[in-house]
Design a protein around this ligand. Structure first.
Ligand SMILES: NC(=O)c1ccc[n+]([C@@H]2O[C@H](COP(=O)([O-])OP(=O)(O)OC[C@H]3O[C@@H](n4cnc5c(N)ncnc54)[C@H](OP(=O)(O)O)[C@@H]3O)[C@@H](O)[C@H]2O)c1
Length: 284
């Protein structure tokens, strides 16, 4: 099987590459410079010439706030990019793995979102990701759309874990919102579960997150406990922070039917966070 990974410099892509390397699967990896997924001609050429069997799209425009004004670029990368990949995969009978987000939901359900719930994004970022889902669903037969949330891993300049650690090194008091609830998901675990899912050939839409929900505040509290921070953590509300984009309040996703598909659930978010700290070598 030939794997092809796009957006190979991203945090999730790096874990997938490590995993493929470890299990000895051959792959071609393309970063933003070597393959721009918004360019259909290049996408077609690369997928054809590499004779890819599975394309894992890790390329994305993830700047949630910037996407409000810069929506065309967000739509291009998160909508047209997956569309191009879906077209090329279909032409070459390759399977396409594409990641989406809990931000396709409006957060008003106040109960876990399932794969049967209708999306209703409240930000341009969420809309752009939904656009990508729809193109992939319409244009390819062998697709996996994997909705994930609050992804964190060591292979990225910044993510929530790294931000909290940085804030704690510069402040005695930190304010974190307690009205955004979802589920942190470790890129290492996502990489493994993605490869296990591909092995099932059970195509379609799924939610892949830790099975336990938490607020940003609870997550920060746990990170700070692990690093032994002695400052003061204060709960806050989202409207105290001026951000360009609205975020859903409760966007925790139920991972049904992951256990029925790959045979296990992802780990608890605390366990995932602890392992990331170990990887960063900064656990207390
Ligand atoms: N991070 C999260 O919390 C989160 C939450 C929900 C869903 N997701 C989804 O999970 C997936 C993986 O996310 P991640 O956190 O690993 O992302 P990431 O670390 O931000 O990586 C995304 C990569 O895509 C590349 N890229 C951007 N535009 C591109 C283009 N036109 N062509 C090719 N590559 C391009 C970026 O390169 P440059 O930096 O050089 O532009 C970057 O290396 C994405 O689909 C994302 O939307 C992530």
């Amino acid at each position: 099987m030939n794997f092809l990974i796009t957006g190979s410099n991203g945090q999730l892509a790096k874990e997938i590459l490590k995993k493929l390397d470890k299990i000895g699967i051959s792959f071609d990896a393309f970063d933003h410079n070597t393959l721009d997924i918004t360019d259909l001609k290049s996408v077609r050429e690369v997928i054809k010439s590499k004779k890819s069997d599975v394309v894992i799209n890790c390329a994305a425009y993830n700047a949630v706030d910037r996407a409000e004004d810069d929506w065309q670029n967000a739509y291009l990368v998160n909508g047209i990019g997956p569309k191009n990949l879906a077209i090329a995969c279909e032409e070459n009978n390759a399977a396409l793995v594409h990641y989406s987000t809990d931000y396709v939901f409006d957060g008003l359900k106040h109960a876990p979102y399932t794969i049967a719930d209708d999306p209703n994004p409240i930000s341009q970022y969420g809309k752009s990701k939904l656009l990508g889902e729809r193109f992939v669903q319409t244009l390819s037969r062998k697709y996996f759309i994997i909705r994930v949330s609050w992804v964190f891993g060591i292979g990225n300049e910044t993510n929530f874990v790294k931000k909290v650690i940085e804030w704690s090194s510069k402040n005695d008091t930190i304010k974190v919102v307690d009205d955004q609830i979802s589920s942190p998901t470790y890129a290492v675990d996502l990489a493994k579960a993605t490869l296990d899912l591909i092995n099932t050939s059970s195509y379609g839409l799924c939610h892949m997150t830790s099975p336990n929900a938490c607020s940003r505040y609870e997550w920060a509290e746990y990170i700070l406990e692990l690093i032994g921070w002695k400052g003061r953590l204060v709960p806050a509300k989202s409207d105290e922070f001026k951000t360009q984009a609205k975020r859903p309040g409760y966007s925790f996703m139920d991972s049904f039917p992951i256990i029925q598909t790959i045979g296990y659930n992802l780990a608890d978010w605390k366990d995932m966070t602890k392992r990331m700290m170990k990887e960063l070598k900064i656990d207390n």
